[in-house]
Ligand binder design. Sequence first.
Ligand SMILES: Nc1ncnc2c1ncn2[C@@H]1O[C@H](COP(=O)(O)OP(=O)(O)O)[C@@H](O)[C@H]1O
Ligand SMILES: CC(=O)OP(=O)(O)O
Ligand SMILES: [Mg+2]
Length: 419
Amino acid sequence: MQILVLNAGSSSQKCALFDLTEPLPEAASAPLWRAAIDWTNPDGAQLSVKGGDGESTSTPLQVGSHLEALEHLLAQLWQGEHRIIDSPEAIAAVGHRVVHGGPHYREATVIDGQVKRTIEAMAAFAPVHNPAALEGIRAVEQLLGPVPQVALFDTAFHRDLPDRAAVYPGPYEWLDADIRRYGFHGISYAYCTERAARFLERELSSLRLIVCHLGNGCSAAAIARGKSVDTTMGFTPLEGLMMGSRSGSVDPSILIYLLRQMTQQGQPPEKIADYLDDTLNKASGLKGISGLTSDMRQITAALNTGNARAGLAFDIYIHRLVSAIAALRTSLDGLDALVFTAGVGENSAEVRAHTCERLAFLGLQLDGAKNQAPGGSERDIATPDSAVRILVIPTQEDWAIARECYRLLSASAADKRQR
Ligand SMILES: Nc1ncnc2c1ncn2[C@@H]1O[C@H](COP(=O)(O)OP(=O)(O)O)[C@@H](O)[C@H]1O
Ligand SMILES: CC(=O)OP(=O)(O)O
Ligand SMILES: [Mg+2]
């Protein structure tokens, strides 16, 4: 079954085509084809496509709206230089990563009008991500017609967060209005948890993990026996750790202070809300502090040449990450492994080294050579006598989406056959 996956992140639209057949492989398999639009390129959006031959090309996108850009991306599947299928009919299903499912969706769900309305309503809680997922769904409708589309929600993995971790200590009415902590990056956490159990040859039912998903968006989660028991992101993907261009947690009084100042200056309320939203989501974090970039590679390169603001950005990033991991540890009755994943977690030996050094008191002992060794595969970078394992697990959100999509559609096909 050929399954197309659309992953709408904060700075890019990724797309991959998988061919899944029984028996499903245990570990992620490579896609037949992948493409991505980078919205952040200063010279305009850039489309990159990698075909089945392993060849890839990168071209500037000459189109107006996001929807047009997406339609152009999808058409590359059967029309572009690296086309992989003869016609859109070859695609059996499309899986989407949807960041916010609110309190409604706790499982992978076939997309219908009601699901689309909910994703739209939840855009108020995930303004960077949910509108991008909806654009993907609409682009597929335009180009691929009535193919089944399935949504996987980043919030679903955290469905069993205990109330003490999920409820904000504001007025109780907030909870009635669905203002609570949801948590995100759940597709990645579910995948990394499963892989960590396999790697350690342990049953999920006894495993206690802290997983750090450090990409453009960053969060960490305490996972006990396969379930999320606490996590750093909350009502929206803005709470918690310092990120590429997002602030993470700040004192809410800063916003009240700025709001009052801007109101006194005669700014209209809408403009103030947009300014605060943009500042916290797009002009903060590594980018805001360094004044340079949201990219950890460039931050570490700049700090190594003595750039003081890059150095400060790195220090805050590590300080907040270490504080969060130590806090998450208190939600577990022991810690078997600390897991690093996503762009920074998988690739930055500096971030892992500084984090683990400060967490020695939790029983973590990093093997410096193993940490530095290059490698894109799952690995243990702790010393043999470390009390806690330290794992690097490359996350495979797209493959996990394709697999869930396959399972859901196979189960519903079997259901129909039985009736
Ligand atoms: N070799 C590397 N060293 C340090 N950081 C890296 C490296 N490769 C990628 N990154 C970081 O990974 C981040 C992107 O992570 P990724 O998981 O792809 O993000 P997202 O899916 O949220 O867009 C980039 O901001 C970059 O800083
Ligand atoms: C939820 C979230 O922050 O996603 P991303 O890391 O893709 O921006
Ligand atoms: Mg991501």
